[in-house]
Ligand binder design. Structure first.
Ligand code: ADE
Length: 227
C-alpha cells in the first residue's frame, strides 16, 4: 500500500479534498493511506513553539530544525524507506516522471513548510528532497502536498477505472493531450471534426497525434525540446 505521512501545522487539511472522488474512493478501499502528524506536538515549552526569528534578521519566522527533527524522527523509523520530501518553492519542479516514480514506491513522508521557510540544517540532516509544484508562492506546503498526492494516487493500480486512461494523457508521451469531443455532434455552430466520426481508427490516431503536436508546439515548445 502507498503510505503518505504528512508533517504539518494544519493536520485538519488532510486528507481534505483527497477524501472525495477518485482518491477518496481509493482511500476507503485501502489502496493508499494518509496520515497527518501535527508538527506542533513536538513544539517547545508551554506554548509549543515551532518557529523562531531568522538568524541575521529580517521578516517572518523560520521553522526550527530541532522541532522538525523530533517530528520526523517520531514518524519515520530508521528502516522506513519512503522518500522524505519538503514542499518548497525552491525545490526541483515536480514532473509526471517524478510522480510516476513516487507512485511506484512505498509512499512518501512529506514535510509542509510555513512561515518564511525552514531552518536549512534540517534539509541536510534528514536528507529532505525539496519539491516545488510551480513557480509561484503558496502560503504553505499543504496545498502542494495535496497536489503531489493527488497526482500519485490516481496512478496507483486499481485507482483509475480504465487503465488506458493514464496512457494518452498530457505529459505521458512528452506531449500535451489532443482535444476531446462528445455529443452533441454540433454545438453552437461548431461541429465535431469529421475524422473522429469516420470510424477509421488509423486516421483517428494520426489526427490525434498531429493535434497533440500542434498544441504542444504552440503552448509548450519546451516539452518538444526535451523529448
Ligand atoms: N510552498 C510554497 N510554495 C510552494 C510551491 N510553489 N511548491 C511547493 N511548496 C510550496
Amino acid at each position: 500500500m502507498f503510505r503518505a505521512t504528512v508533517l504539518t501545522l494544519f493536520p485538519e487539511m488532510f486528507p481534505g479534498p483527497l477524501g472525495l472522488s477518485l482518491s477518496g474512493d481509493a482511500l476507503a478501499r485501502g489502496l493508499w493511506s494518509c496520515e497527518a502528524q501535527n508538527i506542533r506536538a513536538h513544539g517547545l515549552g508551554r506554548h509549543r513553539a515551532v518557529d523562531d526569528t531568522p538568524a541575521g534578521g529580517g521578516a517572518g519566522m523560520v521553522l526550527r530544525a530541532d522541532v522538525l527533527a523530533a517530528a520526523l524522527d517520531a514518524t519515520a523509523a530508521p528502516d522506513d524507506m519512503r522518500p522524505r520530501l519538503l514542499m518548497s518553492p525552491r525545490g526541483a519542479p515536480l514532473t509526471q516522471q517524478r510522480v510516476r516514480a513516487l507512485a511506484a514506491g512505498p509512499g512518501a513522508i512529506i514535510v509542509c513548510g510555513r512561515f518564511e521557510g525552514v531552518d536549512e540544517r534540517i534539509i541536510a540532516a534528514r536528507a529532505l528532497e525539496e519539491v516545488s509544484i510551480g513557480d509561484y508562492v503558496l502560503s504553505g506546503g499543504e496545498m502542494a502536498a495535496l497536489t503531489l498526492l493527488d497526482a500519485c494516487v490516481r496512478l496507483l493500480p486499481g485507482v483509475m477505472g480504465k487503465q488506458e486512461s493514464g496512457q494518452d494523457e498530457s505529459f505521458e508521451n512528452g506531449l500535451l493531450e489532443y482535444p476531446h469531443y462528445t455529443r452533441p455532434r454540433e454545438f453552437e455552430g461548431r461541429a465535431i471534426p469529421d475524422v473522429l466520426l469516420s470510424g477509421d481508427h488509423g486516421k483517428i490516431a494520426d489526427w490525434r497525434r498531429a493535434e497533440a503536436e500542434k498544441l504542444t508546439r504552440a503552448r509548450r515548445p519546451d516539452l518538444l525540446r526535451k523529448s
